[in-house]
Design a protein around this ligand. Structure first.
Ligand code: HXC
Length: 259
């Protein structure tokens, strides 16, 4: 793994692949290099047998305070089109392993969109989520209007997107945006513990559960049921299914290998 990235830090600890956003002076504002770094590492982790769960976190006062305004201020529509601005974000949606985000401080604009790309989110009690793009005369472009609406429904999504107002960790928990709130001092410790629990589950189950749940967000119930069924069948061709069920019958702990 290449360990030298401009805008992030990456490492592997046990079964966890860790990514730290690392532009603290600008509250981890997301420039194009950062998105490219994130995807390069995530795709490495996705192919690395040692890594079972990916953990994404901020650094300093923020998870990320949005796309880098200085970088995009002079862009015009055709710059975005020719650059295919969101191609790396599309790759992010295709990562197969679970991504757990740890949010401290600001998760705004593109930072909130990045958080919404995680499968599970823990937030510190000081976390603040929001889409302030409306204050800049623009709007979210990396899935904010879509993912937030699918998650919390039209009513709150419209309110938060129209006003740009920031919502705290408690509201985020109540609306199902995050899984847990923890004290800021123990955010990483708790996130790694949570990620460790997921990392010890049967990896192929986790992989196909992720795929099936994400499918549910987009398709009709009937189509989703057919999709789920095929993944259910598929798991019966794995060694881990034999191991999991034998372990149950033999009253011992299963040793899953991801095969
Ligand atoms: C570039 C940013 C930045 C950003 C903060 N900074 N957010 N630089 N892009 N998104 C920089 C500031 O310019 C400042 O640099 C330093 O980080 C610290 O920020 P301050 O503003 O001094 O801190 P504070 O007063 O605590 O205010 C924090 C804040 C504010 C409320 C988060 O920084 C803010 O409103 N940031 C912009 C948030 C935003 O609008 N995000 C949406 C961006 S558009 P200096 O050099 O002065 O110290 C977007 C579109 C997504 O995300 C499209 C798809 C990806």
């Amino acid at each position: 793994m290449n360990n030298h990235y401009e805008c992030i830090e990456a490492s592997i600890t046990g079964k966890l692949g860790l990514i730290n956003l690392n532009r603290p002076k600008v509250l981890n504002a997301i420039n194009r290099q950062m998105v490219s770094d994130i995807l390069s590492v995530m795709e490495d982790f996705d192919e690395n047998d040692q890594v079972r769960v990916i953990v994404l976190c901020g650094n300093g006062r923020a998870f990320a305070a949005g796309a880098d305004i200085d970088e995009m201020a002079a862009d015009d529509a055709i710059d975005f089109e020719l650059r295919n601005q969101f191609k790396d974000w599309d790759r992010l949606a295709r990562i197969k392993k679970p991504i757990i985000g740890a949010v401290q401080g600001f998760a705004l604009g593109g930072g909130f969109e990045l958080a919404l790309c995680c499968d599970l989110l823990l937030a510190a009690d000081d976390a603040e989520f929001g889409f302030p793009e409306v204050n800049l005369g623009v709007m979210p472009g990396a899935g904010g209007t879509q993912r937030l609406t699918k998650l919390v429904g039209k009513t709150k999504a419209m309110e938060w997107l129209f006003t740009g107002k920031r919502i705290g960790a408690l509201d985020a928990l109540q609306f199902g945006i995050i899984n847990r709130i923890v004290a800021k001092e123990v955010l990483m410790e708790e996130t790694l513990k949570f990620a460790g629990e997921v990392a010890n589950q049967a990896p192929l189950s986790i992989r196909l559960i992720k795929e099936s749940v994400l499918k549910a967000v987009d398709v009709s119930l009937d189509e989703g049921m057919q999709f789920e069924r095929k993944n259910f069948y598929l798991l019966f061709s794995t060694e881990d299914q034999k191991e999991g069920m034998s372990a149950f019958q033999e009253k011992r702990k299963a040793n899953f290998k991801g095969k």
